[in-house]
Design a binder for this molecule. Structure first.
Ligand SMILES: NC(=O)CC[C@H](N)C(=O)O
Length: 241
């Protein structure tokens, strides 16, 4: 048994897991080994309760409009619990459709309004017969780090109160193709349109979120070994634009 254990919730992982977004948890688990930590993952789906005190990390992946419509209804029953988790500085990663659903609403490709939970203040509109598809590069303002990913979305998201972007777009479209913002950071919640999965391709961000989660659960432990770790999951991978 590992010295440290993080309990992760994979929200609607059976309905929203585009491009294997669960790879984000696998990437975190890979780096966690370096500090003798392990991640135990539970699938939380339709009709399952979400206990905000039980989890140390939540992943909410991307999905298609059809699945998002189904998830949207169930999500309202978890709205209070998820909002309390987020407000209580719970580490959260929401990708694409999941990112959209943490905001007020998403207008789907057919013009249908799909309600989110409004835990974060953004909203998402629809593009007319267009999707943003392709490789994307952004720069994070606080760390100067560059993140790489792949985006495929119809929605155009506009950030609101208390939200700052995960990064500034250097190549690609990002949240809306207009204001150069990509993703969101609010408290310990990170949102992004990046598939890839984002944490498998971006070691620094994976370690940043992992450390947040470990430090929140074990405030007296020392996880600085993570900063020294130079092992990079992508070291043998060449990604051509
Ligand atoms: N990849 C996704 O999660 C897509 C989200 C949403 N269905 C959109 O097209 O914008």
């Amino acid at each position: 048994m590992a010295t440290y254990t993080l309990n992760a919730a994979h929200l609607y992982g059976d309905l929203m897991n585009t491009y294997g977004d669960i790879g984000n948890i696998l990437a975190m688990g890979y780096y966690a080994k370096a500090v003798d930590a392990e991640i135990k993952t539970e699938l939380i789906s339709l009709d399952d309760p979400f206990d905000p005190d039980k989890y140390d990390f939540v992943l909410f992946g991307g999905g298609q409009d059809y699945e998002q419509t189904i998830v949207s209804k169930d999500l309202q029953t978890k709205k209070a619990a998820l909002t309390s988790y987020i407000e209580n500085d719970g580490p959260f990663l929401a990708i694409c459709g999941g990112f959209q659903m943490l905001g007020h609403y998403y207008i789907g490709a057919q013009g249908e309004k799909i309600p989110g939970i409004g835990a974060l203040d953004h909203y998402t509109l629809s593009q007319d017969h267009n999707r943003f598809i392709g490789n994307i590069t952004i720069k994070n303002a606080e760390t100067g780090q560059t993140y790489y990913g792949f985006e495929n979305h119809n929605g155009t998201t506009f950030l609101g109160k208390g939200e700052r972007p995960l990064g500034t777009v250097e190549q690609g479209n990002g949240n809306n193709g207009q204001d150069k913002s990509e993703g969101v950071i609010y408290k310990n919640t990170f949102g992004s349109y990046f598939h890839g999965p984002i944490l498998a391709r971006n070691e620094a961000l994976a370690k940043r979120i992992l450390k947040l989660a470990l430090q929140r659960k074990y405030p007296d432990a020392d996880f600085s070994a993570l900063d020294q770790l130079t092992e990079d999951l992508t070291k043998n991978v060449t990604i051509k634009p």
